[in-house]
Each structure stands twice: as C-alpha cells, then as structure tokens.
Design a protein. Structure first.
Length: 405
C-alpha cells in the first residue's frame, strides 16, 4: 500500500495538471499549485478507525500528505494539538460552546511547524539542498529548524522588527539570517534575487511551493477527528497569507470526498488586524481579490501581509462557506489576550487573540448565535511574544511591601 496517494499538482486558477514528482513552484500563470490525491483509492485503503490507532501527530494522515516514503518524514512531533473548551471566556462572550485549538503547544511554538514539517520533508525527498524564504518570523523559525533536522541549508530574510525570538531560532539553527529594513514584501525581493545564485536552493515563500499548505490543512483533519468526524458551526482563523484557512477548507472538501464527513460546511471567518486588513476590505466590497493597504502595521506580526498570493483562495473559502471577514484593533486584541489568560489560564499569541476579539464583535452583531459551536485557532504561544505584556502597566507592576488580602 502506498504511504502517500499523491497523484498530481493542479493550478489553482486554471485547473491545469502538473507532475508532482518534480521540484515545483507556482503554475506558469504564477498561481499556487494544489496537491491532489487519488481519493478514490484512499477511501479503499484507510478508514477513520485505522487512523484512530496511529500515533498522535499529523503524519497519521499520511495517505493524504505528499511525502511518498516514510524514511523521508522529518518530524519533531508536530500535530494533534488540544481542542480545549473555553467555558469562561465563551460564557462571557455569549458563545458558550467555544473551543480553542491550541497551536502554541507545537514544536517552535507556532503552527508554522505543520507547514515546515511537510514542506521540508517533501523538499528533501525531491532532492532540494537548501530552502530560502521571506517571513514575518514564525515561518522562518520553523523552516530553519526543520531544515536543520533534515540536513538542508536555510536562507531566511525577515523585517528587522519581527519578534526577536524568531530571529534567534533562525540563528541557533545555523541558517543564514538577513534582517530587512521594510515589510515581508521587501524581504521577498531579497530572497527572489538570491535563490537563482545558489545551487540546489528552492524558494519556499507562502504558496510559492505546494506542500506547506498540505501541512497546514492537517488542522482541518484534526478538528474533524477530535469532534468525532464532524465539523463545528464556525471556525475563526487569524489570516495573513491565508494558508491555514485555505488548508482547512481543502481538508474539509477532501474529507467529504472520502466519505469521512457529511455535507455540512463550517462558516469560515478570516480575522485580521485593522492595521493590515486587505482580505476584510475585499470581503466588504464583495471582491474576489485584495488590494494592498498603503501602510501595514500591527502587533500581530504574523498577519501583517499586505498582499497575499492566495487572496482569491481565502475569499473563495469565505464565500463558499457563508463565512465572513472581520478586523479588530491592536487594542482590542491585546485586551482579548489578557482576558484569555485571566479567565482561562491560556497565554496566547496576539494573532490568536485577534480571533477572540472578533468573537465578541460577531456575537454582538448576531452573526454568531448563542447555540453556535465555534472553534478558534490560536496559532502560536504567547511566550514567543513577551513584548506584548507591559510590566509597567499599573495593574501588573507591584513593589514591596506585599499587602495582606
Ligand atoms: C503566520 C501566522 C499567521 C497567519 O498564517 P497564514 O497562514 O499566513 O494566514 C497567524 N498566526 C501566527 C502566529 C503566524 O505565525
């Protein structure tokens, strides 16, 4: 029985088919390539019951992942993160059936590890020697560390004001790290110019190679499996390049075709920060593509993406599931971060906190109902962003003497 049922790559704009066993970037039109599988045969090869008996990591879905041989799997134990009830926060927000999928518990502290595990494994399997990418921090950190485990070189460029821990993760992994005075697009130009000069390197920017998406789609498989092979009513996702939301939607369609899920779709919500909200802006105009904002700035660094290559795929997923797109301010998301730690003991990343802030807005407008079962993706650990907590804030800074209570 094959380990993977990968059949071909497909252009996300034209549907044209391409060989999956060559190192691949985008389609000739410059659009993302989607990995396709022989799902008819997967259906006969494996059942949800078989999967239940496998180790608790994302490789339990290997038939619908692109790595052909188990020897090429590069893993640090990623996947099967907890799906936790958030009763206190949900109760206050008027959404009692609130769940958080906590990706802060994954290697490298962000869900970028999923894309890196699968992307690096497949790149190494296809003979790539080095990976190169622009990043807002977490993706570079994850790819640099997984590349080190796979014995690949790493070339990472990121804005100089990206979270310092993510630079340190690149540094400690032995990758070449470049700090760029500008945004992720500027880092992208640097990488695009460097890659042709380096033998055996592949550019692995967001959606410019097909396999990061496959790693991230496993969040969709896990949510369905953890709920007993069904989907929730709503999923909120902090959207930058959009790989997670595109991946979750792809996973749901695959599971429907496999007969593992019924016809119900969760309403998918793209959450952004008002300082950089091109997807929300496009949604509000009813558009199918986004226009980059003139200025882009938010403390939720991972979602500072002015122009996503896959914007049309994010918007397709939102429209097709009768979802929505909503933006919150930095102040709102930092408040939500604090509230979540106080009410639930969960110190989450600012990107994940944006979704919790959005939850309140969507409930107030009645877009969310009290009976809705809602899953929020917390995409990373709060401890990667110590600068989001101000020790000098009046309620936090305490000095002696300690008063009695
Ligand atoms: C990258 C990142 C995001 C956004 O992910 P996309 O797949 O680019 O939309 C959200 N949260 C965190 C913590 C990230 O690092």
């Amino acid at each position: 029985m094959p380990f993977s049922f990968l059949s071909h790559l497909e252009c996300s704009r034209t549907g044209a088919r391409f060989d999956a066993d060559a190192v691949s970037g985008t389609s000739p039109e410059g659009a993302p390539l989607l990995a396709r599988y022989d799902l008819e045969r997967v259906r006969g090869a494996v059942t949800p019951g078989d999967i239940a008996a496998r180790p608790p990591d994302l490789w339990r879905y290997h038939e619908v992942l692109p790595v052909r041989s188990p020897e090429h799997v590069v893993t640090l134990g990623e996947g099967m993160t907890p799906l936790l009830p958030m009763r206190n926060y949900g109760g206050r927000a008027g959404v009692p059936r609130l769940l958080m999928k906590d990706e802060g518990l994954i290697p490298t502290g962000s869900f970028k590890a999923r894309g890196a595990a699968v992307g690096v494994s497949r790149a190494a399997e296809l003979g790539v020697r080095g990976i190169a990418m622009p990043t807002n921090g977490n993706a570079g950190a994850a790819w640099a560390l997984y590349a080190a485990r796979a014995g690949l070189a790493g070339l990472i460029a990121m804005p100089a004001d990206a979270p310092p821990i993510t630079m340190k993760e690149c540094q400690v992994s032995g990758a070449d790290l470049y700090r760029v005075d500008g945004l992720i697009g500027d880092a992208g130009k640097l990488v695009a110019a460097a890659v042709p000069e380096r033998n055996g390197y592949q550019e692995v920017s967001t959606l410019k190679e097909p396999y990061r998406l496959e790693g991230k789609k496993t969040m969709g498989y896990e949510i369905a499996e953890q709920l007993g092979w069904r989907v929730p009513d709503v999923i909120l996702y902090p959207t930058g390049g959009g790989v997670g939301i595109i991946g979750i939607y792809k996973a749901i369609l695959e599971m429907q075709e496999l007969g593992w899920l019924g016809p119900k779709l969760p309403r998918l919500v793209a959450v952004q920060a008002t300082g950089c909200a091109p997807i929300v802006d496009a949604f509000e105009r009813g558009a199918r593509e986004s226009v980059p904002p003139a200025d882009a700035r938010t403390v939720a660094f991972g979602i500072t993406v002015p122009k996503a290559l896959g914007d049309f795929l994010v918007l397709d997923a939102v429209y097709a599931t009768e979802g929505t797109a909503v933006a919150v301010t930095d102040e709102e998301l930092l408040d939500a971060q604090r509230e979540l730690a106080r009410l639930e003991g969960a110190f989450i990343c600012p990107e994940g906190a944006a979704c919790f802030a959005a939850l309140g807005k969507l409930r107030e407008s009645n877009w969310l109902g009290e009976e809705d079962e809602v899953v929020v993706l917390n995409t990373g650990a709060g401890i990667k962003y110590p600068e989001t907590v101000d020790l000098d804030a009046p309620l936090l800074a305490r000095t002696e003497p300690i008063p009695s209570d």
